[in-house]
Design a protein around this ligand. Sequence first.
Ligand SMILES: CC(C)(COP(=O)(O)OP(=O)(O)OC[C@H]1O[C@@H](n2cnc3c(N)ncnc32)[C@H](O)[C@@H]1OP(=O)(O)O)[C@@H](O)C(=O)NCCC(=O)NCCS
Length: 142
Amino acid sequence: MAVMHAAFDPFYGEAWSAAQLGATLAMPGCWGRMALIGGAAAGFTLCRAAGPEVELLLIAVNTQQRRQGIGQRLLLRAQEDALARKASLLFLEVREDNHAARRLYERAGFLQVGRRPDYYSVKDGSRRAAITMRSDLEKMSG
Ligand SMILES: CC(C)(COP(=O)(O)OP(=O)(O)OC[C@H]1O[C@@H](n2cnc3c(N)ncnc32)[C@H](O)[C@@H]1OP(=O)(O)O)[C@@H](O)C(=O)NCCC(=O)NCCS
C-alpha cells in the first residue's frame, strides 16, 4: 500500500484502497507480485486469470525508483506467470494519456486492440478514454 499511495497521482484516482486490494487478492485466480530492493517494496503488479485470459489489473513503481527497468521486469514476470497458468492472452486497460505506461506496454509487445471513450473519470470531472491492449503469450514463448 505504501507503493500504491506513492505511485498513483491522486488527480486520476487510480490507487486502490487496502480493502479493494485485499478483497481482490483473496479471490481465486488473482495474484500479486512485489519488486523488492534491499528488502523494501519498490513496485508491484496485480493480475486476475479468467479462463485462457489473464488481466493485468495494476502495475506501479515508486516515483523515485522509476526508469531503472523495474516496471519492465514486473511486466515480464506477469507475462511469464500468465504463461505458466496456461493462459494465451494477457489483457490490460490503460488511460489514453498515461504515456509512460503505454510506452512500457508497447515495448513489452502489447498491441492496442480497442479504445473505450470516457472510461475513466478524473478529479476535475472530466473523463479519459481507456486503451485496451493485449499481449499474445504464445507468440512470446515462440
Ligand atoms: C508505468 C510505470 C509502472 C513504469 O515503471 P518503471 O519502473 O519506471 O518502468 P521501466 O524503468 O521498466 O521502463 C521501461 C520502459 O518504459 C518506457 N517508459 C517508462 N516510463 C516512461 C516515461 N515516463 N516516459 C516515457 N517512456 C517511459 C520507456 O521505454 C522505458 O525504457 P527506457 O527507460 O529504457 O527508456 C511507472 O511509471 C508507474 O508506476 N506509473 C504510475 C502507475 C501507473 O500509471 N501504472 C499503470 C496503470 S495501472
